[in-house]
Design a protein around this ligand. Structure first.
Ligand SMILES: Nc1ncnc2c1ncn2[C@@H]1O[C@H](COP(=O)(O)OP(=O)(O)OP(=O)(O)O)[C@@H](O)[C@H]1O
Ligand SMILES: [Mg+2]
Length: 322
């Protein structure tokens, strides 16, 4: 019996030791899993931060490419606002002299003849007749010019502002219109055909899609300009089509530019792949577009023939917010 008890006790001790060892092992594993998980989370946060920084710096690079055209766009209205204000400034001096003369006349400081002569002289000096007719137009042109500048500056600020995950129910046509507005001046030497069908609202990030369209249009424009310089095509043409079928939105950017060599097509979505001379492209445009389109659960494809042109097709599902 005593022998049995002893055996039982030993077995119990062995089992207890094994369980203790197992518990310690489990504790160690749990701790290292916890630490590994924390490290993963920290890496993920850092990756997300780096991703946002890359998106932002690509945006800034695009802004650099657009800046010359945008400066010109602002310069135009600025020139006529300046000129109108200078005309209005001169005439304002004449009107002020006219008011003084009228006051003097009203206070009997001038007789009728002298007043008539003063008015005639002022009229000739400042062309007050012309002013009376055209002042309103000059002022309206100024307002119109300032309004145009304000719209351009607002779109630029809007484009440059870092935005994360601003998904809302919106009409993607707005992203297209805003891109076309920002690039209007840069595309003015290119025949631009825009066809936009009515589309339903979709859950999307308009600022990000705006960036996609801008990147595609800048690529198309560059390819067209190169083709013209090389004598491949005489009339550069870019078509931008927006269609809707079977709950899918289709955006196509088609150009008759230089096209892409077959061996290069598979690389165009790779970050930093560029065929542009140093300083002219970072090779991030299509990589960023690919990322944004994927975030919208869509696809982006490119078809191209050297010396004939390129067609980029973006397909996006119509999504709801839930
Ligand atoms: N429409 C196009 N026609 C001809 N080649 C194109 C077109 N779009 C893209 N490519 C080719 O794909 C490459 C990568 O394009 P991507 O937009 O990613 O970078 P990039 O235009 O070179 O530089 P970035 O857009 O960063 O200024 C281009 O350098 C060019 O060779
Ligand atoms: Mg590009």
């Amino acid at each position: 019996m005593a022998q049995n008890d002893n055996e039982y006790y030993k077995a119990y001790q062995r089992e207890k030791q094994a369980r203790d060892e197992l518990e310690t092992l489990l504790e160690d594993k749990t701790r290292s899993l916890y630490l590994a998980n924390q490290e993963l989370e920290a890496n993920l946060t850092q990756l997300k931060r780096q991703h946002a920084a890359i998106l932002q710096s690509e945006k800034m690079a695009t802004l650099g490419v657009m800046s010359a055209g945008v400066a010109h766009e602002i310069n135009n209205p600025l020139a006529y606002v300046n000129s109108n204000i200078s005309t209005l400034g001169q005439v304002a001096k004449g009107v002020s002299d006219l008011i003084k003369a009228s006051q003097l006349f009203a206070d009997n400081g001038l007789d009728q003849q002298a007043f008539k002569e003063t008015v005639k002289a002022l009229e000739e000096k400042y062309q007050l007749g012309f002013f009376a007719e055209d002042a309103q137009d000059l002022i309206e042109d100024c307002q119109d010019g300032c309004q145009r500048i304000a719209v351009i500056v607002a779109s630029l600020l809007d484009f440059a502002r870092p935005k994360n995950n601003e998904f809302v129910m919106a009409d993607m046509t707005e992203a297209i219109d805003s891109a076309l507005g920002l690039l209007a001046n840069q595309l003015k030497h290119i025949e631009l055909v825009v066809e936009k069908a009515e589309i339903p609202l979709s859950f999307c990030n308009l600022a990000a899609l705006n960036q996609v369209i801008i990147n595609l249009l800048i690529n198309a424009k560059y390819a067209c300009e190169q083709a013209k310089t090389k004598g491949i095509c005489q009339t550069p043409l870019i078509k931008l089509l927006l269609r809707h079928a079977n709950r899918q939105l289709l955006i196509e950017v088609i150009d008759n530019g230089t096209g892409i060599e077959e061996s290069q097509i598979e690389h165009v979505f790779e970050p930093f792949f560029t065929t542009k001379p140093v300083g002219q492209g970072t090779g991030m445009g299509l990589a960023v577009a690919y990322g944004i389109v994927s975030e919208h659960k869509g696809t982006i494809n490119i078809k191209s023939k050297p010396n004939q042109g390129t067609k980029v097709t973006v397909t996006l599902p119509v999504c709801t917010s839930d």
